[in-house]
Write a protein that binds this ligand. Structure first.
Ligand code: ZN
Length: 140
């Protein structure tokens, strides 16, 4: 078990209170709610496409630091990506948290989202970390 301090890295703390992805999108193409009743996390994701590219994405809602940080980090990563690229990144992230993907080179494409890797050592927080990613899966 990792020390809690090594898991709540500066990046996660910073992203959990950041509001740059927390907003409303005008005329979104898709909206989807995500809930994690075991922790009380609730997010609403909005997505705007430009052809095959994710032009904009934002979220509203509330929850623990992990769920909020994971959502914000995910939005930073997926914005500007094509639908196929985004699907691949979501699959890779879920694989990382479930420890099915451990190859550093492959996980490298997750950029900042790798900061959440150690969450896989905290079973109670796994659902918090995966909430946004499972929600966006339904939208792509
Ligand atoms: Zn949570």
């Amino acid at each position: 078990m990792n020390d809690i301090n090594s898991i709540y890295t500066d990046l996660i703390m910073e992203q959990s209170t950041s509001t740059h992805n927390k907003k409303k999108i005008e005329n979104p193409d898709r909206c989807e709610m995500g809930r994690n009743p075991s922790c009380g996390d609730e997010i609403s994701l909005s997505l705007k496409m430009d052809g095959d590219k994710i032009a904009d994405m934002a979220f509203e809602g509330h929850g623990c630091a992990i769920s909020q940080a994971s959502t914000s980090i995910m939005i930073d990563l997926l914005k500007g990506k094509t639908r196929e690229e985004a699907k691949d990144l979501v699959k890779t992230f879920i694989g990382m948290i479930k420890r099915e993907i451990t190859d550093d080179a492959e996980l490298g494409k997750l950029e900042d989202a790798q900061a959440l890797r150690n969450i896989s050592n905290m079973p109670a927080r796994v659902k918090c970390a995966l909430l946004a990613w499972h929600t966006v899966e339904k939208m792509l």
